[in-house]
Ligand binder design. Structure first.
Ligand code: 3HC
Length: 298
């Protein structure tokens, strides 16, 4: 298997495409517009240059970039394009990283199931939606699997490989192997529980941190300092929420709650979400960022 198709070129998708290309794979990166794809290539180039400067790449970024091709997935009428169908028809392994909406993902998996060869594995980078529900849109649930990367994918070593109810052991084996070839540390999650392992625990941490601030027991900075300087997390809870996107966590928490994860959601997250204060991307979240989109340590 030398080719990977990554669908969705946003925060996670472009990083996953980069990781695959660094590992030597030919990558097709798909998204709904040329603009998004151009921006994704720019972000990949920036990251590759950073890694190269630090001596962390075996090849020059030019060479790695040559392995990434882009394709627009949807036309003006909202239909999947023929180009995208062609790419899928030659795909052995697809990794989906589109927005966290079950219907959108099911629609894509239905289409990919029709177009991709029978042996192809269809993986989802979902943070919170059940693999089993996504797989139900296909006729090959045994070859649908969770492959959950963490932000930013080029720097985060962990990949959760999640088994849906019908995912075969062979699919898990191939996915674990691929994660290792990507230079990642895979952890198999055998039960398709809401939030898998990391987000289940992270949800409790972020929620508790947020409740403490909402109740006036500690400030954002105090909570984050305690988490960083005692618990040893690389970022405090609020810093991480801003970094990954308050909207991302808001949707993750909602999806988990709808599927029976018991948490008393903290009102501050909802408030920030409704005000559009989503963190680094909007220039303001729990902290402020002078250049929206550019992460600077608060
Ligand atoms: N590619 C290459 N280099 C990158 C990069 C990228 N994508 N992102 C940041 N860097 C570089 C920075 O530019 C900086 O380079 P420099 O040394 O030349 O200035 C270097 O990495 C270090 O960055 P910073 O100094 O800004 O900050 P840190 O030392 O804190 O490192 C971090 C950044 C690796 C992101 C670290 O803070 C970290 O590990 N944070 C926690 C991230 C985390 O927990 N992610 C998971 C989120 S949860 C999730 O994704 C699940 C989902 O389902 C919601």
């Amino acid at each position: 298997m030398r080719k990977i198709t990554v669908v969705g070129a946003g925060t996670m998708g472009h990083g996953i495409a980069e990781v695959a290309a660094i590992a030597g794979y030919e990558v097709w990166l798909a998204d709904i517009s040329e603009d998004i794809l151009r921006n994704a290539l720019k972000r990949i180039r920036w990251s590759l240059d950073k890694l190269y400067e630090k001596g962390q790449l075996r090849e020059h970024p030019d060479k790695i970039m040559e392995r990434i091709k882009t394709v627009v997935s949807i036309d003006k009428n909202g239909n999947y394009t023929e180009d995208f169908a062609r790419v899928l028809s030659e795909t052995n392994f697809m990794i989906e990283a589109i927005p966290e909406k079950l219907e959108l993902k099911q629609q894509l998996f239905r289409f990919a199931d029709e177009k991709a060869p029978d042996h192809a594995i269809l993986a989802t980078n979902t943070s919170s939606l059940p693999i089993t529900e996504i797989a139900a849109a296909t006729k090959r649930p045994e070859r649908v699997v969770g492959m959950h990367f963490f932000n930013p994918p080029p720097l985060m070593p962990l990949v959760e490989v999640i088994k849906g109810e019908k995912t075969s052991d062979e699919t898990v084996r191939v996915t674990v192997e691929l994660a290792k070839r990507f230079g990642k540390q895979p952890v198999v999650v055998n039960k398709d529980v809401p939030g898998f392992i990391v987000n289940r625990i992270l949800a409790r941490v972020l929620n508790e941190a947020c409740h403490m601030v909402a109740r006036g027991e500690a400030s954002v900075v105090e909570v984050d300092s305690a988490l960083k300087y005692k618990l040893g997390l690389p970022m405090g809870a609020f810093e991480l929420a801003d970094y990954s996107g308050i909207d991302v966590f808001y949707y993750v928490f909602q999806a988990m709650a709808q599927r029976g994860f018991r948490a008393h959601p903290c009102p501050l997250f909802k408030e920030k979400f409704e005000k559009g204060e989503l963190g680094v991307k909007t220039g303001k979240g729990f902290y402020e960022y002078p250049v929206p989109g550019k992460y600077q340590r608060p």
